[in-house]
Ligand binder design. Structure first.
Ligand code: NAD
Length: 485
């Protein structure tokens, strides 16, 4: 067995050319940093607009043949890739920790979650159905058949560099679509590693084409206007999602948008407090709070607020900050200085408006983009943190008196991705679960992500679903055949 080292996992990634596509026109490169040390890990080819168009040309010319492959063939490629990803969990986890910063244990969790999408969609690929119906007036048969949408542009963020890729790529492969995948420039390595694994698993050349760039707008704009493109699937911030929706309108593209969130987590006074504290830690601290389903507003019923805050503060103060590769570390750095400064500014704004810091509320001195796990109480509604996604390790706690109050405040946001409710009363759990204006609800747990569940939001949190039975639908269109008999 070869030893896995930081250098070997970075060196094994072939990020110099389009995966499965033609050579690049641009000779430029950009640095990929380790957010814990601020040191350069490696350089990656910086694709320009002409490289993006070359990737789309490759995807478009591969579409016909790929769309006609047997579903079982696509299923087996995905299944092979699931096995390969799982067998390389250690290497991939280290790669994710190096470019993104999360602790190794969390990166292993991400690899398992990412692999699960490949397994789930391999099972879905062979179950694409159609219908057969007699026309109501007789004399005809109406047949529906599901076909791949066509070449798809997949744009992913930096927070789950591997899983955000497999969630889209798995569904597109199952449906028979070819792809251009554009990962975040902050974490491109996992996507190149994924492309290598899919090639090894049997994915034909040209089906998946990865382009990393420091000029996302310059590369993506021409692709969105190109009539060979038929779909865009985006995970990222709401402002960029809106821009892509406008561009998609001009080219009448199919769209899937997984955008920002502002999750509320409601703890009722009849909740199992141990479960509520653990659920809050998971919902808040996974990925150092840099998750679209991270809880932004922790809302606790009056009678238990004091005990809840004391216990939460205790748990947060007990977390260990450091480089994600080190044993015992439970909190890594934030992705970059911009993100760390934004978190700091939101905390300062809340304190200026009267919030009380119980633990944390500071960025430690030294290298790495760290911000201490923080608990704020008495957070007023005027504070920016009550409305804006913090995307960092800050739990902003407020209290509520009644179920009605809690729902009103929880729904008073433009976002609608996820909510969480902790209660032992099953009727209340269902009532509140149905009353939350979100696409997803976690009940007595701080995690909703599951490849077999439909992930997605309402309101400004987006359109469409990833995973579940719905995930593959985003990449299929319905063909209707009218048959005279
Ligand atoms: P971002 O919107 O800045 O970037 C996301 C991706 O879009 C990156 O690949 C980026 O290079 C690209 N991009 C940026 N500007 C672009 C442009 N003008 N045209 C085309 N592409 C462009 O978001 P981020 O900072 O990487 O990620 C954080 C955001 O993502 C948060 O708001 C978070 O809630 C959201 N997110 C949502 C989900 C979800 O499933 N709903 C999951 C993860 C993250």
């Amino acid at each position: 067995m070869t030893t896995i080292t930081e250098e070997s996992v970075v060196a094994s990634v072939q990020a110099g050319a389009l995966a499965g596509g033609s050579r690049r026109a641009s000779k430029a490169t950009f640095d990929v940093l380790d957010p814990a040390t601020e040191e350069v890990l490696t350089q990656v080819a910086d694709a320009g607009p002409e490289d993006g168009l070359a990737a789309l040309a490759t995807a478009a010319s591969a579409q016909d043949e790929w769309g006609r492959t047997a579903p079982r063939t696509r299923a087996e490629i995905l299944r092979n890739a699931f096995e390969l990803l799982t067998s390389r969990s250690e290497e991939l986890a280290l790669l994710i920790t190096l470019e993104m910063g999360k602790p190794l244990a969390e990166s292993r969790g991400e690899v398992a979650y990412a692999a699960e999408f490949l397994r789930w969609f391999s099972e879905q690929a062979a179950h694409i159905g159609g219908t057969y119906r007699e026309a109501p007036m007789g004399g005809q048969r109406l047949i529906t058949h599901r076909q791949p949408v066509g070449p798809s542009l997949l744009i992913t963020p930096w927070n789950f560099p591997l899983a955000m890729g497999t969630r889209k790529v798995g569904a597109a492969i199952a449906a028979g679509c070819t792809m251009v995948l554009k990962p975040s420039e902050l974490t491109p390595l996992a996507s190149f590693a994924l492309a290598q694994i899919l090639t090894e698993a049997g994915l034909p050349a040209g089906v998946l084409n990865v382009v990393a760039t420091t000029d996302a707008a310059g590369l993506v704009g021409p692709l969105m206007a190109d009539t060979r493109l038929r779909k865009v699937s985006f995970t990222g911030s709401t402002p960029v999602g809106r821009l892509l929706l406008r561009q998609a309108a001009d080219n009448v593209l199919r769209t899937s948008m997984e955008l920002g969130g502002n999750a509320a987590l409601l703890v009722f006074d009849d909740a199992d407090l141990d479960a509520a504290i653990e659920g809050t830690i998971v919902a808040k601290m996974r990925n150092m709070g840099q998750s679209c389903v991270a809880v932004n507003r922790v809302m606790v019923q009056d009678a238990i607020a004091e005990e809840f805050v004391a216990r939460l503060a205790d748990r947060m103060a007990g977390l260990t900050m450091g480089r994600g590769t080190e044993a015992g570390v439970t909190v890594g750095p934030l992705i970059d200085d911009r993100q760390r400064d934004k978190v700091g500014a939101l905390v300062e704004d809340a304190v200026r408006h009267g919030a009380r810091p119980v633990v944390g509320a500071e960025a430690p001195a030294g290298t790495g983009y760290f911000y201490a796990p923080t608990v704020l109480t008495d957070v007023p509604a005027e504070a920016r943190i009550a409305r804006e996604e913090v995307f960092g390790p800050v739990a902003a706690v407020t209290t509520f008196a009644s179920e009605e109050d809690a729902l009103r405040v929880a729904n008073d946001t433009e976002f609608g991705l996820v909510g969480f409710v902790f209660t032992r009363d099953i009727s209340r759990a269902v009532r509140v679960g149905e009353g939350l204006e979100t696409g997803m609800v976690g009940i007595n747990q701080g995690l909703v992500s599951n490849a077999a569940g439909p992930f997605g939001g309402v309101k400004q949190s987006g359109l469409g679903r990833e995973g579940g039975d719905e995930g593959i639908e985003e990449y299929l269109s319905t063909k209707y055949l009218a048959l005279a008999i």
